[in-house]
Each structure stands twice: as structure tokens, then as C-alpha cells.
Design a protein around this ligand. Sequence first.
Ligand code: ADP
Ligand code: MG
Length: 265
Amino acid sequence: MLRTDRLTLAYGSSDVVHELSLTIPAGEISCLVGPNGSGKSTLLKGLAGLIAPRQGEVLLEGQPLSLWSRNELALRLAMLPQKPIVPESILVRDLVALGRFPHRKWWQRDGREDREACQQAMYMTGVEALAERPVTSLSGGQQQRVWIAMALAQQTDILLLDEPTTYLDWGYQLEVLELLVELNKSRGLTVIMSLHDLNQAAQFADHVMVLENGQIEAAGTPGQVITETLLARVFRVRGVVSLNAEGRPFCMGHGTSDPDRPCRA
Ligand code: ADP
Ligand code: MG
């Protein structure tokens, strides 16, 4: 289980996340939502051990991340950043194979287990037919699936993703989210992702955490968290929240609620 204990994350002298204590439910899909600059990416990096806490801790199975070796941590937790940089001219299969590094000893070449893990990851993400293509020649949606394949080849039980849908068209967005749900259901993968679209968070998350100025404003099921009051208070949006056929909230924004914006009548 992954949790934080009075976690403070900062760049230079300014705190972005301040004394935050939260628990990520294991085996569930958790979504981080919040306005731009609220600290979602920073918190995800902190949870993945990519930035060290200024104070407090991130704990995996009760043990601070700083006490896990890089390799042990990479066997448990994979992180997909918002804009991963594609290594020049790398082929899909080679990028996916990078996910196997934590599983290998320095004297080993990739073995049967590695090849099978990569095959399975490419199969699950539907990129098998692209295996011999350079990653840079693919569309945004295809590239995103290749990155997810790489993370899956890592075979961790926790996957963190920073806005995995942002640069994708609508169909690909849903495809990526459906894939994550499928992996969560079939393998018990714990998913923690930031999403911009509240309706997608409402539709796909088991657990929603709303971040504002580095603080958790609300956390719970989509139905508990996504309310008209929240839209107005955190997102400055006037809107209506209704329930869809599955009983999940569905938001419709009518305008902004910020009376101080000079351009608004
Ligand atoms: P979000 O992902 O919710 O948009 P971020 O975590 O990216 O928010 O940013 C939170 C705050 O931290 C913002 O004020 C941003 O300007 C600042 N910040 C983010 N990354 C850095 C960085 N590398 N150096 C300095 N400040 C940063
Ligand atoms: Mg961000």
C-alpha cells in the first residue's frame, strides 16, 4: 500500500505540497483532479519517488521510499510522466523492453521471461503490429499505448500516470482509460492518475482526490466528491451535476463563477 505522511514537496524555497497525508487504496483506480498548478504532477512525482520530500514521507508497505533501492522500487511501481521523451529512432519493441530493466541482473541478456512479458504487454495494449516501427513515426495515441506497454512490461502492481489522455483524441482517450480499467480488473493493478476531465474521472475512478494549492480539498467516491459546490469552489465553474445511467456523476459547465474576472459581465 502507498501512503504519504505529512508530505511536503518543494522546488527551491516554495512548498507545492504541504504536510499532506493520504492513502492510495490498493487495487483501485484513483484519480487526481484539480486546477492547473495545483500540484498534481508534483504529487505524482513524489509518490513515484522521483522527487525527494522536503519533509514527511511517502511510504510503500510502511517503508519510506528513500529506504527502497531504486531497483526494488522499480519492481513495484511504474510511472508514466506527462510528456515522456522518446529516445531518438528507438523501435517500439526496444522501448517496451526498457521496462524489463529492473528485472534483469547486469550479467543477463534478455531471457524468455523478458520476451514473454514484452509480448504480453504489447498484446494487451494492441501495439504488437507496430513492434518494428520507430516510436517517433507513430500517432500520439499509438505512442501513448507503447509507453503504457513499457510500463506493463515492468510488471509492477502500482502504475502512476500523469494526464495519460491529454494529447489524445476522444476515442484514444477512452481506449486508454478502458485499458487501465481492464488491467485493474484482471490483474488488480493499482492505478493512480491525474486527469483533466472531471467527467472521465467520474466515469472511470473508484477514488477521486481533488487537489487545490497542494492540499486535498476532497477525497472519496466520484459521487461523494464531484458536486456543484466543488465545481464552483475549486474550478470556478457554474454548472450542473447529474447522475448518468450507472449512477455516476456527470458535469455540465455553464460558465465561470469568478466575479473578479474583468472580462466577465
Ligand atoms: P499541476 O500538475 O497540477 O498543473 P504542478 O505540480 O505541475 O501542477 O505544479 C505545481 C506548482 O509547482 C506550480 O506553481 C508550478 O509552477 C510549480 N512547479 C512545477 N514544476 C516546477 C519545477 N520544476 N520548478 C519550479 N516550480 C515548479
Ligand atoms: Mg501537471
